[in-house]
Design a binder for this molecule. Sequence first.
Ligand code: ZN
Length: 290
Amino acid sequence: MRRLCNSALKETGQASPPFKISPLLRLAGVEWSYEDQTQDDRDAAIVFAEGGLKLAIAREKFQSGGVSKRWRFSVAHEFAHVVLIRAVGARVVDLANSSKEAYEYVERLCDYGASQILVPRTSLRQTLRQRKLSQRTVDELSDLYDVSLSVLMWSLTDLLPEGGMMFLREYRRSAQESNELRVWSVYSRYSPTLEEPWLPRGCTMKHIRVGQRPLGFEHLDARGPLPIELVLGKRVRKLEASVVPWQSRWWTSSFFDDERSDYIKASENGLLLACAATGKLDLDMFGGKK
Ligand SMILES: [Zn+2]
């Protein structure tokens, strides 16, 4: 999938972000149109029409000032379906519909393809080398590649051997809990999904140790890669991490925007961690701004 998407990009002569999808569709000979009604009300959907594949794009979401970061991903995802159908043949559609697992596998594959199209890893590697990891860099990359934070995080995890990206924030989930640094989200290909991460959301720093101590803001001063241990029950995973400050802006709206939010008095302070297997963290990219 990665090779197919990369060579398609190359053929359209696109070498720097933002990577556009319309030249890819043109190259693949896929016609697209804006429709008032798409299948299952999706952002975009592939339809088999006479004369080949067509892409139906929801007009209201795209032409009425929708969030480009989101709809670009939807269209790239559909393009990945096209790539797959062209590579494997139309039977991939029957295959995908044969079981829930097969369907989900194809969907994940196309999500992966979409992220390869919008954020080719070679390009990401180069860009990150020039900037180093920081909140500002993350914002800049998200705008530069015109992708959501989550797509960017998943793309970054591919540059972290056996590792991933982790957001920690100071908060509590209920009145009973203490307000302290906790896991907010984890992006890693080494955990099955975002919902089943290495460490579940809400874990305190009892579960992320630096030597015998919990990880904390004082570790921002660490020079070089920081050796950390993820502790979950009896399982311990040794990694090394780069730790940079992260100020949360999307605090109440994204998760606790309901009656529970009264309990959640959190600070905006947090940390962003890039983790990789020991000896494999590339400090040229993830070393943090000097
Ligand atoms: Zn799909």
